[in-house]
Write a protein that binds this ligand. Structure first.
Ligand code: CS2
Length: 505
């Protein structure tokens, strides 16, 4: 019998290349794979460069799995960088503690109020901000927000931030920076607006002290984060065991590409993340737009088309020439015209890198993962570029195809089977959308109810009948003639001379 490999820990496995943190200066909310392969890796580089007071207290929102594994491994885990030509491994050891917010929300508040914490980073996903999809404002109808406003230990991220800042304000109010690292446009300003909305809803003058503290000592810079990080698989655990000779129950894999653009507007000290290649810039808005539309928007299209074509992986989806043509068309004709590129970024080089990154077959990034939470992700990715084109008199056929393919996956009409990868997608709006699909007469009816009545993609797109009926037509093409017919139809239409939106007015 072969002996089991020892568990990864301070005494087994590769030694981190940086010094151990001497203190925790960062509280991180959202201890998922993305954080562990992104901010944690930049923080490891900062520690290597000598700033040892920047350890991270990592907080998982609900799940114990990563926290338990990290605690059993002296807070270590492996990052496997996977390219088509091979894998390389590192073991960041930047966390000083890890716990689960849902089990101990009071501890989140207490840690945020601790003066030694000077930066809070967030990767809680688009869904984690408790914003109404229709208005983008704090969703006061969300029962968890309502409960957090009533008091008691807060369960939502916005509630935790607001309650933590309230406690910090009353305890002397040392300056602090809240840094969103999620794929939302203007993520800093949006996080600030949501926290302020929460505090403003508190009874009487309860939120007044914290609001004044926000004015004087709290900064919410924006940041653009980028690295493709798949969910962990048993194969990754086996790869780590074989290559490093240790058992790691919480490894993460990631592509070689990584980028972090941060607005340099911190209220207090910050780690020297530039040691890991982070760019501090006043052009974060441009970086965000470029990334959220070109990478994420096109990623959604590739995921939904791939799932409907029956493929499990993003790399398999983009390997199909029809999907590749759809991706090229949406980039060139529908996303690029809406983007102001950051200085020094060459659009063709960036686009070339995107296709290489999506084609990384060794990474195993799944269509179901990218297709998950579409109701909140698409809201960030599609409305503005679609509206710009509609206002200029042309129809964004491939953005319409993205929405049609999304609805075909999540809200299939009776008699249409979108396949196993679509069924595996998780979405907070799935139940409601499925109910609408089951009682809609055809694709147009469904598109109308979702976009015009439910305002799933915001209020402005709700008033665009040409777009809505194009989405409806494409839903019907997908269910009657198949996804390939819908791809052909959208590409042909997007190449036709400018379509007028006369019917729109
Ligand atoms: C993806 C992103 O799941 C998704 O929707 O588009 O997670 C994407 O992989 C990252 O944003 C890349 O930085």
């Amino acid at each position: 019998m072969t002996a089991l490999p020892p568990r990864l820990g301070a005494r087994s496995g590769p030694r981190p290349e940086h010094s151990a943190p001497s203190a925790a200066g960062i509280l991180h909310l959202g201890l998922g794979n993305f954080h562990r392969a992104h901010q944690a890796v930049y923080t490891a580089a900062a520690l290597s460069a000598g700033s040892d007071e920047w350890g991270i207290v990592g907080v998982a929102s609900r799940s114990r799995a990563v926290v338990d594994a990290m605690q059993a491994q002296d807070l270590r885990y492996t990052v496997a960088e996977i390219s088509p030509t091979g894998a390389s491994f590192s073991v960041p050891a930047v966390h000083t503690d890890a716990f689960v917010a849902a089990e101990d929300p009071e501890r989140v508040v207490g840690t945020l109020a601790d003066d030694r914490i000077r930066v809070v980073t967030l990767t809680v996903t688009e869904h984690g901000y408790s914003a109404s999809p229709s208005t983008g404002l704090l969703d006061l109808n969300d029962p968890l927000i309502a409960a957090d406003l009533r008091g008691g230990a807060p369960q939502t991220t916005i509630g935790q931030l607001a309650r933590g800042l309230q406690r910090r304000a009353s305890g002397g109010g040392a300056p602090i920076t809240i840094l969103s690292c999620d794929n939302l446009s203007e993520n800093g300003a949006r996080t600030e607006a949501l926290v302020r909305a929460f505090l403003s809803e508190l009874r009487g003058t309860e939120g007044a002290e914290a609001l004044a503290y926000l004015d004087s000592a709290v900064a919410f810079p924006s940041s653009m984060v980028d690295r493709i990080v798949p969910a962990t698989t048993p194969r990754l655990r086996e790869l780590v065991a074989t290559r490093l000779g240790v058992r790691d129950d919480a490894p993460v894999s990631a592509e070689p590409f990584t980028m972090w653009a941060i607005e340099d507007r911190f209220a207090a000290a910050r780690p020297t993340w530039e040691a890991g290649g982070a760019v501090f810039t006043d052009e974060v808005g441009a970086y965000e737009q470029m990334k959220v539309r070109l990478l994420n928007g096109t990623h959604s299209l590739i995921a939904y088309l791939g799932a409907l074509r029956g493929v499990a992986k993003i790399s398999e989806s983009i390997a199909d020439t029809a999907v590749e043509s759809a991706a090229r068309a949406i980039l060139r004709h529908e996303y690029e015209p809406s983007v102001r590129f950051p200085s020094g970024v060459d659009v063709r080089t960036y686009e070339g890198q995107l296709f290489e990154r999506w084609a990384n077959h060794a990474l195993g990034h799944r269509t179901a993962q990218v297709g998950t939470d579409g109701s909140v992700k698409l809201r960030q990715r599609i409305p503005e570029p679609a509206l710009l084109l509609l206002e200029a008199g042309s129809v964004p056929h491939l953005i319409a195809l993205t929405v049609a393919a999304y609805l075909a996956c999540i809200a299939p009409m009776p008699g249409f089977d979108p396949g196993p990868h679509a069924r595996a997608m998780v979405d907070p709006a799935r139940e409601e959308l499925a109910r609408l699909a089951s009682t809609s007469t055809d694709g147009r009816h469904l598109a109308h109810r979702v976009i015009a009545e439910l305002h799933l993609f915001g209020q402005d797109l709700a008033e665009q009948p040409t777009f809505i009926s194009r989405v409806g037509e494409l839903i019907d093409t997908i269910r009657r003639h198949g996804v390939d017919a819908a791809i052909r139809d959208s590409i042909t239409a997007s190449q036709a001379p400018m379509t007028t939106t006369g019917a729109n007015r």
